[in-house]
Design a protein around this ligand. Sequence first.
Ligand code: FAD
Length: 485
Amino acid sequence: MSGKSAVIIGSGPGGAAAAALLAHAGHRVTLLERNPFPGGKCSSLPRRGYVVDTGVHMFGRGPYGPFGAIDRILGCGPHWVAHRPSFTLNLSGRGKLEMASSVFHPLSALNFVKGHVRGWQKMEWLPTMARSLRHLGASGLARFAKGFHDPRHPLYSELQGVAVSEFFSPLSRSPDFLRTFHAQAMLTMALPWHRASMGEFAYILSSTMRAANLCYPRGGAGAIPAAYLSSLTRAGGEVRTGCEVRRIIVEGNRARGVVTMEGEHIPAHLVVSNAGLANTVELAGRENFPRDYLEKVDGAADSEAFIAVRFFLEGKIGSMRTPCLLHMPDLDPFRMFDYLENAKAPEDLFLFVTAPSMWDASLAPPGKDMLLVGAPAPSSLERRDSCDAVLDLAQEIALSLFPELKAATAEVERVSTPAVAALSGRRGGDCIGLAQEVGQDGVRRPSQSTPIQGLYLVGSDTGGRGIGTEMAADSALRLYYLLKG
Ligand SMILES: Cc1cc2nc3c(=O)[nH]c(=O)nc-3n(C[C@H](O)[C@H](O)[C@H](O)COP(=O)(O)OP(=O)(O)OC[C@H]3O[C@@H](n4cnc5c(N)ncnc54)[C@H](O)[C@@H]3O)c2cc1C
């Protein structure tokens, strides 16, 4: 593939990594990004001495996942920072448990036992084991355990088409057990468990548990795309921010380049789009795609959203002892995310809270701090009004969880779905991209090749596996190997 000209549309983690890899492979690469800054949903913006994560990020594997594989090819990449203990489990109204990345780490085991002894968590292990044995059989359980150690195990394909709820709900009657897995599906895939694919979820759980390395890049989430764009420019590639692609030029069923909003024609042998499946079809012209392809694109569903409240503080956030906290609501495990699908306001929320300066002190001015409080919300912009109630409640819960916020908060900022959509340029405020849901999982996910020759897709809509950014990075890696042949 050496020596071709390539245009990459978009600089999310998928686009930035693909651009760097293609330049590394010898292509002449130009990356065009519509925002004035790179990174898409995985950006960091400087603000009054803070480096603000435009999302609420934590990374499941860092150097041990697809980012690490890309870094080994490029010979460079972001610097990952881990923290121990890694996260706090706040069991609403009961107590807090600090955990390490690995469930087998003595700290996790000790706190796990503590949670049970104090009655904060009641997983009902014996009845759960008995039900699991009855439902899956001893060989089924053993197979599951084996699959957890082998990312290529056929289990992951067999579990495609099965919903996470379908898999876990017959295994236990413990609300704590069921709530844990429903919340995990939401945290990692931004989907309620009746939509989330068990095949994708099992892969996420096992790969994250094997890596046991919850981490964050030094310099903020945006340091990931920034590292790849530096690699791209070092390899002779060009990055243009504030440059939106208006049209992908298609002639004789082949992509020939792009036209920017300013009317500039940029010819290319390859066009790689990180703009998302639906946007890419519009950019290339619907008339250039077969009807059955358009039907699939039009019927594709995106993940739900995570929206956020950002607290900028005059002091340090002393009661946050780990860089991340998961607030588990004491709600019916089957109903806890119903508010995403109906208009009924929730009584409590699952929250994903981070204090990025606990990973990297340089992300906040000396003596100050920033707390990001993320909550699941409907991604459709038609439901944007319901986000206000979610953010109000998220803010209220945060104030009760972290008493010092009341006195120390200098400014509160809210990030709702329109702001997330503005970062990605997508039709909604989805957190991840194309939903990893039943019917859109495994081999049913769209291919990175398109019906138009020379036009490829990269990012969290196509090709990859894993959690959000890691799925986008995995997609870049797979595109690199696909084009390499
Ligand atoms: C609040 C929040 C929390 C999250 N938490 C996590 C987390 O903890 N862990 C995790 O791994 N992931 C997390 N994610 C998800 C993760 O950020 C996304 O899955 C990931 O960034 C998607 O990457 P991508 O490469 O597909 O593209 P995107 O990030 O969507 O970027 C696409 C880029 O293409 C550009 N573009 C679009 N159209 C055009 C055009 N016509 N011309 C030029 N440029 C164009 C956009 O401007 C954008 O920069 C979170 C996301 C949010 C919003």
